[in-house]
Design a protein around this ligand. Structure first.
Ligand code: SAH
Length: 214
């Protein structure tokens, strides 16, 4: 018999009902304790399928969107993944259980530091949290099998696409900063890029530069 509390069982049911079918992704969503990534006041809502506020006016994404983006990335065990927009570190934790290494970049020092501490305390040792600007990834970070952007971009920068290895996949919410965006999946082919529009989403904006406020 499962010892899962009812809200965690509902959480899994909601993800399945909304169309998440990849078993590895579902198991991962079950394994990562979302309550450890939300604010103390929101612990009781951690398994609701909604985005929640975190520090610096940012948000932890809705679980369905985290699961959906993860599923669309078609991760393999040996993949090296880049995430832009660490926020709470929750999406990075989900990714890290399905691949070799995650580099996640955040423009707020407060968020980067607390996500790093949280992920370490939870035992995620294959995630590197970097304070930086996702529009300006250091060359030394190399190229990536997968790139996931978790903040809204008005367009996908060419420079970012160039960091994908052949066969690589990038997923990003693309559209106006305030309003609805479309999740776009770009696959690097031998001759260029294949673009597919997936679903409508709402993310906080991707802004250039390291945040001046903490
Ligand atoms: N993936 C996060 C939620 C992301 S919210 C989670 O699982 O909790 C979006 C995050 O992107 C915010 O924390 C915001 O500060 C960050 N962000 C916005 N623009 C950025 C940029 N240019 N570089 C890095 N991070 C950025």
């Amino acid at each position: 018999m499962s010892q899962e509390p009812p809200e965690k069982m509902m959480f899994q049911l909601t993800l399945r009902r909304r169309g998440i079918s990849d078993q590895a992704v579902l198991r991962t969503m079950e394994a990562v304790p979302r309550e450890a990534f939300v604010t103390a006041g929101d612990r009781g809502h951690a398994y609701r399928d909604s985005a929640l506020g975190i520090a610096c006016g940012q948000t932890i994404s809705q679980p369905f969107v985290v699961a959906y983006m993860t599923e669309q990335l078609k991760l393999q065990k040996d993949h090296k993944v880049l995430e832009i927009g660490t926020g709470s570190g929750y999406q990075a934790a989900v990714l890290s259980r399905l691949c070799t290494h995650v580099l996640t970049i955040e423009r707020y020092r407060t968020l980067a530091d607390s996500a790093r501490d949280r992920l370490e305390a939870l035992g995620y040792f294959n995630i590197e949290v970097m304070l930086g600007d996702g529009f300006d990834i250091p060359a030394g970070a190399g190229d990536f099998d997968r790139i996931i952007v978790t903040a809204a971009m008005e367009q996908i920068p060419e420079k970012l696409l160039e960091r994908l290895v052949p066969g690589g996949i990038l997923i990003a919410p693309v559209g106006p900063h305030h309003g609805t965006q479309t999740l776009v999946r770009m696959t690097r082919t031998e001759s260029g890029f294949e673009r597919k529009e997936l679903v409508d989403v709402r993310f906080v904006p991707a802004l250039p530069g390291i945040a001046r406020e903490l």
